[in-house]
Design a binder for this molecule. Structure first.
Ligand code: SPV
Ligand code: MG
Length: 670
């Protein structure tokens, strides 16, 4: 595509302003002239070749273009008869330079906003800028539209006519038809009319369609009044702001492409999603907020970068009141639909606009994302992430997983609520659920080799950190090996409970005989585990069973402080099987009076009325949903099995089943 700018004319009506240079060199805003602004616009749309017809002060014009030092290749074509012919003859002079290419044709005194140029250039067919909302001018061009095509262009038409401006995109074939008739005109000495007169005769073969620019700026500068009016409008246009938001931690060509489009609309402000919002919406960010922010700050044309703390744009839109919000059209459907709806509603409140560009979902970018996820699943990267998430969010959640598929549910389940996204931060490999899945009781019967196999199955298909239920940790001499194995596998935390002998599930409480370890022994077990570990990040959490075994609050607290201060535990878990959360709340507040830093873990299976926010408010850091997938999944299976037996066929079971399509989408393809 080549641009053709017609600049041969005298521009008489501009008086002194065109005494020493052609009209296109008139300053229109700050240090921009009509021409320099047009040329910069062309550069920003990726146009590289420009044909400029000259005449009046031609050398001044050529020197000026060269001094602008823009990445454009110019062909200057002088119309030697510039003072006695119209631009039809200038085009005729440039016919060689205009052969064989699509042409973007504009008059040299035309000023338009970028959205106009974008609409024209985006047209898949030849087109002309017209407006359905601007009044018909008395003297200037109007276009007659018939059967959706432009039939005639001229100053004299009023019926079926629209406001029109000499800005065209002309595909090669259409241009050739028009050009041939321009040649016919000039060969016959018909050089004082508009080039459009030649078009009007061949419009049945030269298919130009109207592009409606409505109220956007696209105007010729013929007089001082035009200059004043358009300059003022441009000042307003230049003040417009554009807002976009990025969650990405790497920049690829599609990001640059959409940024380039967005910055044409105005001063570009980019929101960078906070680490917490990225982790909740997508996955753990590969690089932290500050680095992502500076990455974006250093992209040319980005004027300002601000933090966006939720997936919802609401807060930033209310503060910044951007004229435009730019986004890919991928959010028209799917998960982000409500976010988009909210953006539109907020923009409507003050007349802002949402501009959407086609989303580029190239396999190349999906490959990068896959590589990032693969990295997050690696042991060394995964292990330390639990601690980072606790530091980042204050409170994190984990859900039980006991197989690859339950791991995928923990990994991929996401909910959008009130402009925020929620997903689980980590996975809990419960002894109860792991044993149950194997049809065994929860009494440390399933050996470590088998438990590690479960971890491996889950790790193979997920990226989220893993908290391992280590039961009592077994003998200290065995526990040290367990620690090293878990660490090597990439597990982030092991939780061991302070019981000895034949351990039973805590939810039996005192209904079965269970023995609590001594403080000294248990501290030594923790300390041995800490000495054995090879990395800084691996965490050993001491689980206190005093409330389960009805040993009282003081015992629980004494043990908690000893396990942390003497044993060196990285976290503590306090457990209770009461429905009433009172003893948990009391424990947490008393522990926090003396220790504000050590993470506290809770498993609210019984005391399940407390919300995550309430736990966070009292100082809890990790909430584990320890068995809900098992307790919902297996009854559903029992029910299905019973239904088939009752009906002697599977039809009645169908409504209870997930479709094959759904089950397939649960499992991502590699
Ligand atoms: C488990 O999930 O195996 C636990 C938590 O240890 S609880 O069942 O509540 O004891
Ligand atoms: Mg357990």
């Amino acid at each position: 595509m080549k641009a053709l700018i017609l600049n041969s004319g005298l521009g008489h009506r501009m008086g002194v302003l065109t005494k020493q240079h052609p009209k296109c060199m008139t300053e229109i805003i700050y240090e921009s002239t009509i021409l320099s602004r047009q040329l910069r616009q062309l550069v920003s749309f990726g146009i590289k070749e420009v044909v400029i017809t000259t005449g009046y002060y031609d050398q001044v014009l050529i020197d000026y273009c060269n001094e602008l030092r823009l990445p454009l290749s110019y062909s200057f074509v002088k119309n030697p008869l510039y003072d006695s012919t119209n631009y039809i003859y200038s085009i005729y002079c440039a016919q060689k330079q205009l052969e064989g290419d699509d042409i973007l044709l504009m008059h040299g005194d035309l000023v338009f906003e970028n959205m106009v140029l974008e609409a024209v250039l985006d047209s898949p067919v030849s087109c002309m800028a017209v407006s359905s909302t601007q009044p018909l001018p008395q003297k200037d061009f109007k276009a007659v539209v018939l059967n959706e095509k432009i039939e005639k262009v001229g100053v004299e038409y009023f019926d079926n006519a629209m406001y029109a401006q000499p800005l065209y995109k002309l595909l090669k074939n259409d241009w050739q038809v028009w050009m041939r008739n321009i040649e016919n005109y000039c060969d016959l000495g018909n050089t004082q009319c508009y080039a459009e007169n030649a078009f009007n005769e061949v419009s049945d073969r030269c298919d130009i369609y109207p592009v409606d620019i409505k109220d956007m700026l696209c105007a010729e500068i013929d007089t001082f009044e035009d200059l004043e009016k358009v300059s003022k409008e441009l000042r307003n246009i230049d003040m417009r702001t554009v807002y976009m938001c990025f969650s990405t931690d790497y920049i690829h060509s599609a990001h640059i492409a959409i940024i380039n489009k967005a910055k044409r609309l105005g001063r570009l402000i980019i929101g960078v999603l906070s680490d917490e919002a990225v982790a909740s919406y997508k996955r753990y960010p590969m690089i932290p907020f500050e680095e992502r922010k500076s990455l974006i700050e250093n992209i040319s044309g980005v004027e300002r970068v601000v933090e966006q703390r939720t997936l919802s744009y609401a807060d930033n839109i209310r503060i910044l009141k951007p004229d435009y919000v730019v986004h890919g059209n991928d959010w028209v459907e799917g998960f982000q639909q409500p976010i988009r709806k909210e953006v539109i509603e907020l923009l409507n409140e003050y007349g802002g606009k949402l501009v959407e560009y086609p989303y580029s979902d190239s396999p190349k970018y999906r490959e990068i994302e896959r590589a990032n996820r693969a990295e997050l699943s690696m042991p060394d990267i995964r292990r330390g992430r639990l601690r980072k998430l606790i530091d980042m969010k204050g409170l994190i959640t984990a859900i039980e997983a006991h197989s690859g598929i339950t791991g995928l549910i923990a990994e991929n389940t996401k909910v959008l609520q009130d402009g925020k996204t929620y997903q689980f931060d980590a996975q809990w490999i419960s002894s109860l659920c792991d044993s149950t899945a194997k049809g065994k009781p929860d009494i440390e019967l399933v050996d470590m080799t088998s438990r590690f196999r479960t971890i491996d199955d889950i790790m193979e298909v997920t990226t989220k950190p893993i908290i391992f239920d280590g039961d009592t940790g077994g003998l200290t001499e065995h526990f040290v090996y367990t620690v090293r194995s878990l660490e090597r596998m990439g597990v982030s935390m092991v939780i061991i409970e302070d019981k000895t002998g034949l351990k039973k599930n805590s939810l039996f409480g005192t209904e079965v005989k269970q023995t609590q370890d001594t403080i000294e022994n248990f501290c030594e077990k923790i300390a041995a585990g800490k000495r054995a570990q090879k990395t800084k990040e691996f965490m050993i959490c001491a689980r206190i069973e005093s409330l389960i075994l009805e040993q009282g609050m003081n015992d629980a607290l004494e043990r908690a402080f000893a396990y942390v201060n003497q044993g060196g535990a990285d976290a503590i878990m306090i457990h209770s099987r009461k429905k009433d959360p009172a003893e948990i709340i009391e424990f947490v507040s008393k522990f926090r009076e003396k220790n504000s830093l050590t993470p506290i873990v809770v498993v609210p299976t019984s005391f399940n009325t407390v919300t995550e926010d309430e736990f966070k408010a009292i100082g809890v850091n990790v909430v584990i949903y320890a068995n809900q997938l098992t307790r919902t999944g297996f009854p559903a299976m029992q029910n299905a099995a019973r239904t088939i037996l009752e009906h002697h066929r599977a039809k009645e079971c169908d409504d209870m089943c997930m479709s094959i399509k759904e089950i397939i989408t649960l499992i991502p393809e590699e």
